[in-house]
Design a protein around this ligand. Structure first.
Ligand SMILES: Nc1nc2c(ncn2[C@@H]2O[C@H](COP(=O)(O)OP(=O)(O)OP(=O)(O)O)[C@@H](O)[C@H]2O)c(=O)[nH]1
Length: 392
């Protein structure tokens, strides 16, 4: 392996990838994560180029410091780009931020103190610092809740291999003085460098994949969301409800559908205006989200009509939930936007029974119960009697 050839190849690959990311930054309406990643590639190129120049000419001592500063900055920018893309706080959690600051200060001081003495010292420090950054990146990626799973798993794997490789470099340099002639340090370091180059290229390919799947995920979420209340829209609610129905059927569990319709909503709009009407809808949506469980399915299925699928509940428990919802809607909706709206709702409920062959059948039963609640004076809940729903 000819080292200058390796380094020049590295510069070329990173220039190409950096250029590609730079182009993506412009094509993707200046999405800043691409800029960070492009600059990460370019700082790596600059660091490597200075390292080559250092080998070929007699550059002053300070250049080693600058070289490694750039090489250490590169994974840092990579991590910052991921934070931007995934809407994570810039420095991560308080614990990881502290680790990052302390490590960065030690790294800088170590570089400043050791760069002039032995060429292996800055390589040792940069590898150690990079390994730490890769570990932090794995940790931060693991903590992301809404995941585009595949690209995140690919990136975590690449970071794990890269971090291990950097630790191997640390070990090789660290053990060299102890093992003396038994270790062919230069050959091992070249081997690590080749793998490092491959990993840099693979990581740069995985980053746009992460950005694109993330963008698609956001678009899909928007297409399934009701713009006013952020609840599931009708289509998404039906799909999720059907999934819950099929799961419950298979497992022999209960589910209950609640149809929740606001009372005399037309009058609220007519009397107080659409802004108050909209705020009332948002208030009820927030209330449903707060009162129901995380794994319940909640949607806005019509203008002033909401629906929920409650999982694994007995009829008695669901009746108590409905009563609590009515009470909370009346309490919270007494005054909205400083006007006495006196909001109330009617609820129709149906628990999965043998007569329900499809999810739509449970919905139809809940709709009939809702009709009864409206007929019987509103601000109340009615349930469809079901042979299976009665026991639990
Ligand atoms: N502000 C606002 N109003 C809406 C929205 N979607 C539907 N509506 C209104 O909701 C009202 C629904 O009226 P109706 O279907 O007659 O029902 P209601 O007045 O609630 O009467 P009952 O359901 O019988 O108690 C209509 O006036 C719609 O214009 C919305 O997104 N925002």
């Amino acid at each position: 392996m000819h080292l200058p050839t390796l380094l020049v190849t590295s510069v070329m690959i990173n220039l190409l990838i950096g250029g590609m990311l730079w182009a993506m930054y412009h094509l993707r309406h200046r999405e800043r994560c691409f800029l960070y990643w492009a600059v990460a590639c370019l700082t790596f190129v600059a660091g490597t180029a200075i390292a080559v120049a250092e080998r070929l000419t007699d550059l002053p001592v300070g250049t080693t410091f600058v070289t490694h500063l750039l090489l250490g900055l590169s994974p840092m920018l990579l991590l910052a780009g991921i934070h931007l893309l995934m809407d994570l706080p810039p420095a991560g959690t308080r614990g990881s931020a502290r680790i990052l600051y302390v490590a960065s200060v030690i790294y800088l001081l170590g570089l400043a103190a050791g760069a002039g003495f032995d060429p292996h010292v800055p390589r040792f420090l940069t590898a150690l610092y990079s390994a730490l950054l890769f570990s932090l990146a794995i940790y931060r990626l693991g903590a992301i809740e809404r995941k585009p799973r595949l690209p995140l798993a690919i990136l975590q794997t690449l970071f794990a291999i890269h971090g291990t490789l950097m630790m191997a470099q640390v070990l090789v340099i660290g053990l060299a003085p102890v093992l003396g002639g038994q270790l062919d340090v230069e050959t091992l370091l070249k081997l690590i460098l080749v793998n490092h180059l491959l990993l840099v290229s693979a990581t740069a390919m995985a980053l746009p994949l992460l950005a694109f799947t993330r963008a698609e995920q956001i678009l899909v979420a928007l297409a399934e969301q009701d713009g006013l209340t952020q609840l599931l829209n009708r289509r998404a609610f039906y799909r999720e409800g059907e999934l819950a129905f099929n799961k419950a059927r298979k497992a022999g569990n209960l589910i209950t559908v609640l149809m929740i319709d606001l009372d005399h909503f037309k009058q609220i709009n007519d009397r107080w205006g659409h802004a108050v009407g909209d705020e009332s809808l948002r208030t009820v949506a927030d209330l449903l989200t707060a009162e129901l469980r995380d794994d319940d399915v909640i949607g806005r299925v019509g203008g002033e009509e909401f629906a929920a699928v409650l999982r694994n509940n007995s009829r008695e428990a669901v009746e108590a939930v409905a009563a609590r919802l009515l009470q909370r809607i009346a309490e919270t909706g007494r005054e909205i936007n400083n006007v006495p709206v006196h909001l109330s709702a009617s609820i129709g409920g149906a628990t999965l029974g043998p007569e329900h062959g499809r999810f739509q059948d449970v919905l139809a039963s809940a709709d009939r119960a809702l009709y009864r609640a409206k007929q019987n004076g509103r601000n109340r809940a009615e349930f469809v009697a079901s042979p299976m729903g009665a026991r639990a």
